[in-house]
Design a protein around this ligand. Structure first.
Ligand code: NAP
Length: 311
């Protein structure tokens, strides 16, 4: 069997996609490939200059690309709400949502505009609120899909319900692993809820293995020990951002992707290589914890899927 690549993406003309954190890294590569396949792509981010640059780069490769940039800061619930209001004013439906934006292992505890620990707030809670607010439009979409970015970091992760925000004790990696586990649990729970309520979604998740992006410089920082070690090992254990985007693109577009699926690279420890079904740790399959996390998230964000579904 030949390895899956962007050449296998079906034509996406007539489809609309929203990608978070798409001004760089994996999100940019995802936007590029989806636009190249004919989708109307809304590149979202928190930096307008980077957004403009991303559009120029995509148009450089695909002059006819149907792309726009919109501000969407996942660390501000008001920004999430504003984005959905603008998007809904211009679109009757949404076919694909890629919840990609993320920050990793911030050395000092930071908080979002709403007071959430930055990684839990950006990587997970912002996406929970965004997805709930977009549910109505997704339900009107053509075979709508939601793809959540998780990580190998979900494997050692645990949801610390006693200290979700790392307020009592902050550890950069514990917070990152928790946020990425939460994204995988959210993807699986969203599929279960969609099946029960008849929302008609395909909800799945992906991870890129180890892809060379700005994630380390933006988080633990270039120059630190992790950076030195990963720089030295990069040629062996990492892949490009474009290659790292393939599991997301598979989850988002392949007819072979399954509801509630999780996709990552095929090589040793899922570090690199073409996309295949990825290993889901038992704690990510804990449906009782997933319901608890869902309910806590609704309370924290003030956004309810049930209300959105009823609207
Ligand atoms: N690279 C890897 O090896 C790896 C491995 C596992 C999982 N992942 C996951 O893949 C996703 C993409 O990461 P990446 O590797 O492409 O890293 P990246 O190059 O640092 O890209 C992250 C993107 O998220 C955006 N972002 C950060 N905070 C945001 C916020 N508050 N609101 C909106 N956008 C925000 C960034 O925008 P700015 O440019 O404005 O900062 C950037 O566009 C993340 O969820 C990450 O956890 C990556």
């Amino acid at each position: 069997m030949t390895d899956w690549s962007t050449a296998a993406i079906p034509p996406l003309n007539g489809k609309t996609a929203v990608i978070t954190g798409a001004t760089g890294g994996l999100g940019y590569e995802t936007a590029l490939a989806l636009a190249g396949a004919g989708a109307e792509v809304v590149v979202t981010g928190r930096n307008e200059a980077k957004g403009r640059h991303a559009l120029e780069m995509i148009r450089g490769e695909f002059p006819k690309a149907r792309i726009t940039y919109e501000n969407l800061d996942l660390a501000k619930l008001a920004s999430v709400a504003d984005f959905v209001t603008r998007f809904a004013a211009a679109h009757a439906s949404l076919d694909l949502l890629v919840n990609n934006a993320g920050v990793m292992a911030l050395p000092e505890r930071q908080v979002t505009a709403d007071g959430f620990e930055m990684q839990f707030g950006t990587n997970y809670l912002g996406h929970y609120a965004l997805t709930a607010r977009l549910l109505k439009l997704l339900r009107r979409g053509d075979k709508p899909r939601v793809v959540n970015l998780s990580s190998l970091a979900h494997r050692p992760g645990a949801i610390d319900f006693g200290d979700l925000q790392g307020a009592r004790s902050y550890n950069p990696w514990k917070a990152y692993c928790q946020s990425k586990l939460a994204m995988l649990m959210f993807a699986l729970e969203l599929q279960r809820r969609s099946d029960l309520a008849g929302w008609g979604l395909m909800s799945n998740a992906a991870h890129p293995g180890y892809a060379r992006t700005d994630l380390i410089p933006n988080g633990p920082g270039a120059g630190g020990l992790l950076w030195q070690v990963s720089k030295a090992l990069q040629p062996l254990i990492s892949q490009s951002a474009a290659e790292g985007g393939l599991p997301t693109l598979f989850a988002a577009t392949s007819p072979e992707a399954k509801p509630g699926g999780y996709y990552g690279p095929n090589w040793f420890y899922e570090l690199k290589g073409p996309p295949v079904p990825a290993k889901i740790m038992p704690q990510a399959k804990d449906a009782v914890a997933a319901v608890r996390l869902w309910d806590v998230s609704a309370t924290l964000t003030g956004v309810s899927f049930d209300q959105a579904a009823a609207a």
